[in-house]
Ligand binder design. Structure first.
Ligand SMILES: Nc1ncnc2c1ncn2[C@@H]1O[C@H](COP(=O)(O)OP(=O)(O)OP(=O)(O)O)[C@@H](O)[C@H]1O
Ligand SMILES: [Mg+2]
Length: 586
């Protein structure tokens, strides 16, 4: 109940419709319950009096009641369908919005299949719950209470016989619910794991085929699929047992009441019409009682689904943007920015990944670095030393755990993220492209950039190949851009980074996949861009390092040396060995 109550904000907008639907359903079941009373009147009146017109009239009344009941059931469905689809769509959009805003550290931790299954299968379960159990648990409850009132009024002794199974049924249902909800949760988690396997193997199909791993992958899938089958069967068996008992106990009670009733009619203590009415009321209550098992099952599925939905919605978000600082009275831009502060400055920056083992030292432990305005700084270090991590701190993809990062004297945490990300543009190590055209992929780099900027960016990144694609820059590049070569993807990602003419440019090993000639061309074109921006370029190769004015060496989580390439080559053993390989180590 507590889980489902959290759906209220999403259900609120359609509460009127739900109320109308519930009323229609209650009214329908009222009509259903009146039918036995009409039967009683027919049997004890016209039938006993041998009055054919009276029987026809009675039949007509029963038929009309039946039509009204069916019509109202139809109204309920028609009225609900649209608004509930709306609730589902709204929840799904809210989920997607949240996924887009959750920090990178969240996405590092969560398997994509778990997110995918929550956004699809789980939300469908919620909609099914809103369509059936939500109204029917209420309506059936009302019907059962009214029905029993009718039964007890007609013949209270027989009514009590029918009431006998109620207590065991309640106990059964609560036992069932507890077990079923656990099984439902397990099952839905397993759907998520299964989705992850499918997704990963589709994205990694080249590796799987290349290493002949399809059999192993199939086995992994089959194992996970067997787990899911097992938990689904457990659910089915729980539901089957419950349904069996929920059906059998009332049937037994109805049988007993029938025997007792026939005896009473024979003794003359009861009219035949009353017995007919009593039994048809009892039979009319069969569906509301029997459906409780199924409704509880769907409710528990939905409760587990809701929990899974809110686990993501409740995940801690990135801290909100700081309120903008009031403009300083003296009219200077930031009040504190001195010449020394201009450019990009990192002071005492520390970072540890949230899921890193507690004993491990932080990846960055006190990084001090100053990149002057307009300067290009290369960042060099052994693989895994934290270069990519350092670059991720500047656009705040991760939050530094200590220290300050300032752009022109202004702390990045004081800037709204949107503004920060306008100022700082990044070409990541993995050149990720989206299912869109080549041009659209580049233009993602800057809001409002047009054809002219696109051309310039493609020229800088030496991505002229785009013009010879079948539809030029309008050519679709396929999921993740896999229809392009690695170097082509890298150049598009580079074009994306430079298209907006950003003030600060961060390039994570941007030329690693290019042949030496293309690299040289990109470099000479890039020089122009770099001349007007403040840039940090992660580099592994001397040729890339040469783009930079100065080089910083990252080692042991700190910047251990800063200088020109030649200064470091001669003055720093670690740098010299990084740049020239072990055989020429001094
Ligand atoms: N999301 C993450 N969660 C936990 N640890 C991580 C994560 N990403 C990277 N690391 C760890 O942080 C360290 C630094 O990684 P980083 O990617 O910054 O290295 P790098 O210097 O860019 O290496 P390369 O030159 O190979 O690109 C590594 O030891 C890595 O295992
Ligand atoms: Mg890296």
């Amino acid at each position: 109940m507590r889980s489902l109550a959290r759906l209220w904000p999403y259900v609120r907008p359609v509460r009127g419709t739900l109320l109308v639907a519930a009323l229609a359903a209650v009214l329908a079941s009222c009509f259903g319950l009146v039918i036995p009373l009409a039967l009683k009147w027919i049997v004890d009146g016209p039938v006993a009096d041998r009055d054919p017109p009276g029987v026809w009239l009675g039949g007509l009344v029963v038929a009309l009641l039946g039509v009204a009941e069916a019509g109202l059931a139809g109204v309920r469905r028609v009225v609900l369908a649209g608004p509930l689809a709306g609730v589902e769509a709204e929840m799904r959009s809210a989920f997607y919005r949240r996924l887009q805003r959750l920090p990178v550290s969240f996405h590092d931790r969560w398997p994509s299949g778990q997110l995918l299954s929550r956004a699809t299968a789980d939300l469908m379960l919620v909609r099914v719950f809103l369509a059936f159990p939500l109204t029917f648990l209420l309506v059936n409850g009302v019907t059962i209470v009214m029905g029993f009132a009718v039964l007890l009024l007609q013949e209270w002794t027989l009514g009590l016989v029918l009431l006998a199974p109620v207590v065991p049924l309640i106990v059964l249902c609560s036992l069932f619910e507890e077990r079923y909800s656990r099984a439902a949760r397990t099952s839905q988690d397993r759907v998520g794991d299964l989705t992850t396997i499918v997704e990963e193997s589709v994205l990694g199909i080249r590796v799987i085929k290349g290493f002949g791993r399809h059999r192993a992958q199939e086995q992994a899938f089959a194992r996970q699929s067997a787990l899911l089958r097992e938990s689904e069967l457990r659910k089915a068996s729980l539901l089957g047992r419950l349904w069996g008992l929920v059906t059998a106990l009332p049937e037994l009670a109805i049988g007993a009441a029938l025997v007792l009733g026939v005896v009473q009619v024979a003794d003359g203590g009861l009219t035949a019409g009353t017995l007919v009415a009593f039994l048809s009321t009892a039979l009319a209550l069969r569906w509301p009682v029997e459906s409780i098992g199924f409704l509880l099952a769907v409710t528990n599925d939905a409760a587990a689904a809701t929990d899974r939905f809110f686990e993501v919605m409740d995940a801690p978000q990135a801290p909100p943007d700081a309120a903008p600082e009031p403009a300083p009275a003296d009219g200077s831009r930031t009040g504190r920015a001195t010449v020394r502060d201009r450019g990009l400055r990192l002071a005492g920056v520390e970072f540890r990944y949230p899921d890193a083992p507690a004993a491990a030292p932080p990846v960055l432990r006190g990084v001090d670095l100053h990149i002057r305005p307009g300067e290009t700084m290369a960042l060099v270090g052994t693989t895994g030393c934290g270069k990519t991590t350092l670059t991720a701190l500047i656009p705040r993809l991760h939050e530094a755990t200590a220290g300050r990062i300032t752009l022109d004297g202004q702390e990045i945490t004081a800037l709204p993220r949107a503004r920060l990300r306008e100022l700082v543009s990044v070409a990541f190590e993995e050149p990720t492209l989206f299912s869109a055209s080549a041009g659209e992929n580049v233009l993602m780099g800057a809001a409002g950039a047009g054809e002219a900027e696109l051309r310039r960016a493609l020229a800088v990144a030496q991505a002229g190949f785009v013009h010879s694609l079948p539809d030029g820059h309008r050519t679709q590049v396929g999921e993740l851009g896999l229809s392009l070569s690695g170097g082509q993807r890298q150049r598009l990602a580079l074009a994306r980074a430079v298209v907006g003419g950003p003030r600060y440019l961060i390039l994570d090993d941007p030329l690693s996949a290019l042949d030496v000639h293309t690299e040289a061309l990109v470099e000479s074109a890039l020089r122009e861009v770099l001349a007007t921006t403040t840039a940090l370029v992660v580099a592994h190769r001397p040729s890339t390092v040469l783009l930079a004015d100065r080089v910083a060496l990252l080692s042991g989580g700190r910047i251990t040396a800063v200088g020109t390439h030649h200064e470091l080559l001669h003055g720093n053993g670690e740098y010299a060995s990084l740049m020239s390989g072990p055989e020429r180590r001094p």
